[in-house]
Ligand binder design. Structure first.
Ligand code: MN
Length: 293
């Protein structure tokens, strides 16, 4: 008998809201289901922009200049193209299958928007943004930026041409991820052909969830999850079985919890209220650098 991680709940997408004018997102946590900030630690926020068609525009849609401190923003593109600029001097554009892993740490200003050419043509848009918390000792480290293109990620190929898994972070059946992370994190983008089965082994204490991006899947031989749903697992057991009921894309998120107090406020995620006050003082003092609109 496999030692399955039991499915705690299969969450439908909460009502969508706009972030800026470019991101129509379902917030699965923390606000969507009033989830405790530590429930999915080190992941403290999951915004899912489900598929939506944007008409052509001359002015790229998105979110203007804003600050972050104390964590990382991880953006994963499924349809459309997203660009990023920050006050640490980093910028980049990601397309389908690519990931931007931005470490805000001690603080950056950044802006996030639809890539110019995509905006002019318009088209289908689908994306995920995660906020990954940093341990207290790394919250004030130097900001950095990892452009993780899908061609450079480790791949796990399922037997019998059953599909392919991009390892964004961590490792799966010997294939290694390309992200450098501050705490142990497993993150995979899997494309599964109908009828194929993927086995995932994870430590019992890791907080774990799967977002169904496309298609539908049977989890642990009995629970059925369809597109745009988030499968939350209990912190028990060590394995998950995902059987694609039709061609499916899934995002697997799992990580070792950071057992420290979490004090979030707006664009900051710190450990204490005092550190939030300090973040505003530093922002107002210009310590986050400069970025043009
Ligand atoms: Mn941001």
């Amino acid at each position: 008998m496999a030692n399955f991680k039991p499915v705690q709940q299969i969450l439908p997408p909460p009502a969508a809201h706009m972030v800026g004018d470019g991101f129509r997102v379902h917030n699965f946590f923390p606000s969507g289901y009033n989830m405790d900030l530590k429930r999915m630690s080190p992941f403290v926020m999951l915004d899912y922009a489900s598929k939506v068609e944007f008409p052509p525009t001359k002015t790229p849609r998105g979110v203007g200049v804003h600050p972050h401190r104390g964590f990382e923003t991880v953006t994963i593109a499924y349809h459309g193209k997203v660009s990023h600029h920050d006050s640490a001097g980093n910028s980049g554009t990601i397309a389908e299958g690519d990931v931007q892993w931005m470490t805000a740490a001690s603080g950056v200003l950044h802006k996030e928007y639809h890539e110019k050419e995509f905006s002019e043509k318009g088209g289908m848009f689908q994306m995920v943004q995660l906020w990954v918390n940093l341990p207290a000792k790394d919250k004030m480290s130097t900001p950095k930026y990892q452009a993780l293109t899908h061609d450079k990620m480790g791949k796990y190929l399922l037997p019998n041409n059953g599909g392919e898994v991009d390892i964004i972070a961590g490792q799966l059946h010997g294939a290694k991820g390309s992200a450098s992370t501050f705490t142990p994190i497993e993150m995979y983008n899997a494309r599964l052909k109908k009828g194929s089965t993927l086995e995932i082994n994870l430590p019992t204490n890791y907080n774990t969830g799967i977002l169904i991006i496309e298609g539908s899947a049977k989890i642990n031989e009995d629970k059925i999850a369809t597109a745009d749903h988030f499968v939350l697992f209990e912190n028990k057991g060590t394995s998950i079985l995902v059987e694609a009921l039709e061609d499916a894309k899934i995002l697997v998120l799992s990580g070792e919890p950071i057992n420290e107090p979490v004090f979030p406020y707006g664009p900051f995620v710190m450990n204490t209220r005092e550190e939030i006050v300090q973040a505003f003082e530093d922002l107002n003092a210009g310590k986050f650098g400069v970025l043009e609109d």
